[in-house]
Design a protein around this ligand. Sequence first.
Ligand SMILES: NC(=O)C1=CN([C@@H]2O[C@H](COP(=O)(O)OP(=O)(O)OC[C@H]3O[C@@H](n4cnc5c(N)ncnc54)[C@H](OP(=O)(O)O)[C@@H]3O)[C@@H](O)[C@H]2O)C=CC1
Ligand SMILES: N[C@@H](CCCC(=O)C(=O)O)C(=O)O
Length: 325
Amino acid sequence: MATETQRTIRAGIVGYGNLGRSVEKLVQQQPDMELVGIFSRRDSLETETSVFPVAQASEYADQIDVLFLCLGSATDIPEQAPGFAENFTTVDTYDNHTLIPQHRKAMDEAAKKGGNVALISTGWDPGMFSLNRTMGEAFFPKAQQNSFWGTGLSQGHSDAVRRVEGVKYGVQYTVPATDAIEAARAGKGENINKYEAHERRCYIVAEESEHERIRETIVTMPDYFEPYKTEVNFISEEEFLRDHQGMPHGGRVITTGDLEGSRATIEYSLDLEANPDFTAAVQVAYGRAAARLAAEGRTGAVTVLEVPPYLLSPTSLDELVERDI
Ligand SMILES: NC(=O)C1=CN([C@@H]2O[C@H](COP(=O)(O)OP(=O)(O)OC[C@H]3O[C@@H](n4cnc5c(N)ncnc54)[C@H](OP(=O)(O)O)[C@@H]3O)[C@@H](O)[C@H]2O)C=CC1
Ligand SMILES: N[C@@H](CCCC(=O)C(=O)O)C(=O)O
């Protein structure tokens, strides 16, 4: 429960896709948040929430404590996120791991310029998995650690394929090798290469004349696809709309190691019926932390590794200590 002394956090959303819709419904369930509106590139959206043109977002800077950036990572976030960070305290789920240091630098500069906090790369991977990788490594003199994703629909990879010209509809499923997961659990993960331990399966709707170009663009796309083994399947619109509407996902971070005489294994796993709902749940909790950090005068980019856990919760620290420690 929010205490009476806690101010309501006024939230905004940029981008109304899968993630934006999930953030909307979850913000509405928070005891200490109110949703001011959604900023979109589209003129109208199917929602009861107020919708504003994204081009006018900066005019609402004084009315919003935290802005949830629910844009795609492939192109939207690198192009637009620093602009928002200059005007708002932001929380994103940017997931191109290779480019996160670059994103952090750009967001740090922009947020410091505006006197804001930019909480970057929340969600589950990056996000909760990042936290678990860091904690797992910290506990062992020499840790053996592996991350696995799937089987499930990666929103980041699906966004990346939808950004390829000519793609009408597209999704990507990540499929892990089960024998690699077993090897990691048995402490034999040292030779597991993530690129060999996962396959990427795409289902795309596009004009037939475009198939070869689209396939080539996807399989050679750096970071998201190359050098993974990637299968690109072209299907009819009818089949797509019938078979590819769910977004389940999940995965695990497995860390094992020897503690000078005994072996220990940590497995953090997620089983998600709807990837956007869980990602949004994490993003919303970090939104609370971002607003609190900003209210304390912090500025610049902040990663999940730097946020004390109690700042995520609407429950007071005293109650958390009594209940959870
Ligand atoms: N860190 C993590 O663990 C995770 C991160 N993510 C990240 O979330 C990002 C967003 O994913 P997701 O919400 O699935 O992406 P979507 O493709 O659903 O949405 C991306 C943007 O596209 C626009 N859009 C959405 N639907 C339509 C439409 N029908 N017509 C035109 N434009 C549309 C929206 O902007 P607008 O309203 O302005 O048109 C929206 O913000 C991913 O790229 C991924 O990186 C996701 C899951 C986990
Ligand atoms: N960032 C992912 C979540 C992690 C899963 C993943 O990286 C993958 O399936 O490859 C997503 O956008 O769904």
